[in-house]
Design a protein around this ligand. Structure first.
Ligand code: GTP
Ligand code: MG
Length: 649
């Protein structure tokens, strides 16, 4: 299957799944089986499915053909070269291609001057007024092409100004500028571009990230710290006419090649193989030459050969536009597209599948638990009333006493539950003392003080190290508290199941590993980009401090914010079934007592009451059946998803 077909199949599955979940949600609320918490969980899950995005990033030194490859894979249908692709430097700023239907087709450009204020890209994304917006006429390829040319615009500024925007003279990105006769230097006009247009794949949630070469990635830490690690696939492009150069290697090592082997979703493309199409050579000779180059790239990058894909982006684009199948074959683009879709879609489907499965199964189980306990309560009541047929007043009184005693037992059990609940809230307070944003804020400000007052590089370096140590300790302590909470809840669940017949199952766990990994990644970036002998010796101390807070500490904060959100949701989710079932149980006791009392006082006849309950019973049974049907649909979609995943594996 081509990328487009795989993608379409995936989107279709996703939309069936969300249709099923929507029906499930409606069924719960129609039957008054939902509560605010459950409904919120289902809504969040549905939002996640709707907003589901697949990110593919193209990274390479300049002029390797990133933009041309994007044109060939995604935009050949427009019959022209959409993204500008020319010799020399072309794409000057990172460019995201996506589709957000809430906005008209447009190209949004963030001026390079915003670099001066050191706010991160994600912050700017929240302020629309900082961006220059050009409308995009998606009906006209020529007009689109014209508008897309903005991504190659440059501007000329003084050397000092360029430096303020992070284009240091002589430094790593020195080559990002060219000195003109008048002493001005040329720098990109824009810091970032977002192209919003309704291409079929983009509409289905694909996001493409085109990047400029010349280590321009390094000047925008958010790309390295967030956009690239989160991309579902990263294509690294080399060119057959240049081979692997030093600067190619630097980009590979800094941004993609993880030490220690194959990383999922990372593909290497050897582009421009048409430069080897020598008419004086036979096809076999040319193939051998390509194979030799592939092998040498694989060795240099320490990768298996089958992870390097030789292609000609340019010929593929021409072939697709002209409908020239033989040329398309020769360009070998197809093999790359297949590999890309195989890396990309199953990985994504797995994540979505896992989230949907976990969330849905939990809610489904709880709803069933609730319904079943309603039904068994009702049947118990029916049993009691049936036994009363033909019995005298004394027996009715005895029965009433029996239910009262049971109710009292349950209520004294509840006293213990309330005591445990206060321990639960003590434990959660302890958890948030370590995981909460307040404690991180305190750590950030004390680290900042130390760094501002530091006179030695060693003090700076120690402060950064200490920051990560404390952060990690906080996560570790939080992990401990999480397992304490879980152990306690397991005990409570079990107790109430055994002593009072509550149907609770077992509470599900929660792990902070994901965030620990985020912290590892951020620390290793800091250790190689900021907390290094070289940086500490060459950068001003205030600059190191500033970069540490604006780039690293900010991302740590984001990770903690996500961890807090997840932890809160987890705490609610493990507490909720207990609360619902306890409430349900109390209601049932009240109903049982009520109906025996009414019979005792002869306000109701026994037969009327029994008939009423039989009617409620049949309603409950049909609710169970209805839930079973809609849940079955969702389960079928989940099953289709997992069988596809097994197939892909
Ligand atoms: N012969 C040949 N030339 C190619 C191929 N792909 C791209 N090129 C040429 O290489 C040059 C650079 O291509 P771009 O797509 O602009 O490269 P890029 O990696 O996006 O470069 P920057 O945007 O500057 O970072 C252009 O002149 C393309 O026409 C190919 O497969 N074969
Ligand atoms: Mg480009």
């Amino acid at each position: 299957m081509t990328l487009a077909q795989q993608f379409a199949a995936y989107s279709e599955w996703r939309s069936h799944l969300s249709g099923g979940l929507e029906a499930f949600r409606k069924c719960l609320s129609d039957n008054e089986l939902s509560d605010a918490q459950t409904d919120l969980r289902l809504r969040l899950l549905l939002d996640k499915l709707h907003e589901d995005r697949l990110q593919v990033a193209f990274v390479a030194e300049f002029s390797r053909g990133k933009s041309e490859l994007i044109n060939a894979i995604f935009f050949a249908d427009y019959g022209n070269r959409m993204l500008p692709s020319t010799a020399g430097r072309t794409t000057m700023c990172p460019t995201e291609l996506m589709y957000d239907p809430s906005k008209p087709p447009s190209i949004e450009l963030l001026p390079i001057e915003t670099r001066e204020r050191h706010s991160s890209l994600s912050e700017y994304k929240r302020f629309a007024d900082q961006w220059t917006v050009l409308p995009l006429d998606s009906g006209s390829p020529e007009a689109m092409q014209q508008a897309l040319h903005s991504v190659s615009e440059v501007t000329r500024v003084s050397a000092q100004e360029a430096e303020r925007y992070g284009f240091a003279s002589g430094g790593q990105n020195g080559a990002a500028r060219r000195r003109a006769d008048d002493g001005l230097v040329e720098i990109p006009r824009w810091r970032h571009a977002i192209i919003n247009f309704p291409h079929p794949l983009l509409k289905q949630g694909l996001v493409i990230l085109d990047t400029p070469g010349l280590n321009a990635i390094g000047t925008e830490p958010e790309l390295t710290l967030s956009l690239l690690p989160n991309a579902h696939a990263v294509l690294f492009i080399l060119a057959a006419d240049t081979g692997v150069t030093q600067s190619d290697l630097a980009i590979w090592n800094d941004h993609i090649g993880a030490p220690g082997g194959r990383k999922k979703g990372r593909l290497v493309v050897l582009n421009k193989i048409d430069s080897l199409w020598d008419e004086l050579k036979s096809a076999a000779q040319i193939d051998a030459e390509i194979a030799k180059q592939v092998a040498s790239c694989a060795t240099t990058l320490d990768l298996p050969i089958d992870q390097v894909f030789p292609v000609s982006a340019q010929k593929a684009l021409v072939a697709k536009i002209n409908g020239d199948d033989a040329l398309l074959q020769r360009s070998r683009l197809n093999a790359l597209e297949v590999a890309l879709s195989e890396e990309l879609i199953p990985a994504k489907q797995e994540i979505i599948h896992e989230a949907a499965d976990a969330e849905f199964s939990d809610i489904h189980r709880r709803t069933l638990g609730l319904l079943e306990s309603r039904l068994s309560g009702l049947r118990e009541q029916l049993g009691e009333l049936t036994e009363l047929r033909g019995k005298n007043k004394g027996v009715v009184e005895y029965m009433m006493g029996k239910v009262r005693i049971e109710k009292e037992e349950f209520e004294s059990g509840l006293q213990r539950y309330y005591a445990l609940r206060s321990i639960f809230s003590q434990l959660t307070n302890k958890l948030f003392a370590h995981l909460g944003i307040d404690s991180l804020r305190t750590l950030i400000s004390s680290t900042r003080e130390t760094m501002i007052e530091a006179t030695f590089s060693k003090t700076l370096s120690d402060a950064m190290e200490n920051f990560f140590r404390v952060t990690r300790e906080n996560l570790k302590k939080s992990d401990g508290e999480i397992s304490e909470i879980l152990t306690m809840m397991e005990a409570i669940y079990k107790k109430f199941a055994v002593e009072h017949g509550l149907k609770l199952g077992t509470p599900h766990g929660f792990s902070l590993i994901r965030y620990e990994k985020d912290i590892d990644r951020l620390e290793s970036w800091c250790d190689t980009h900021l907390n290094t002998m070289f940086q500490l010796m060459t950068l001003e101390k205030s600059k190191v401090t500033q970069r540490f807070f604006e780039e690293v500490a900010l991302q740590v904060r984001h990770a903690f914010e996500r961890a807090n959100r997840d932890a809160e949701a987890w705490l609610k989710a493990i507490m909720a079934p207990m609360e619902t079932q306890v409430r349900e149980h109390q209601i049932q006791f009240k109903r049982r007592l009520e109906s025996i009392k009414r019979i005792h006082q002869a306000t109701d006849t026994l037969e009327d009451r029994i008939n009423e309950l039989l009617h409620v019973e049949s309603e409950l049974v049909s609710q169970l059946r209805a839930i079973g049907n809609v849940a079955g649909d969702v389960e079928r979609q989940l099953e289709i998803g997992s069988s596809r995943l097994r197939h892909a594996a």
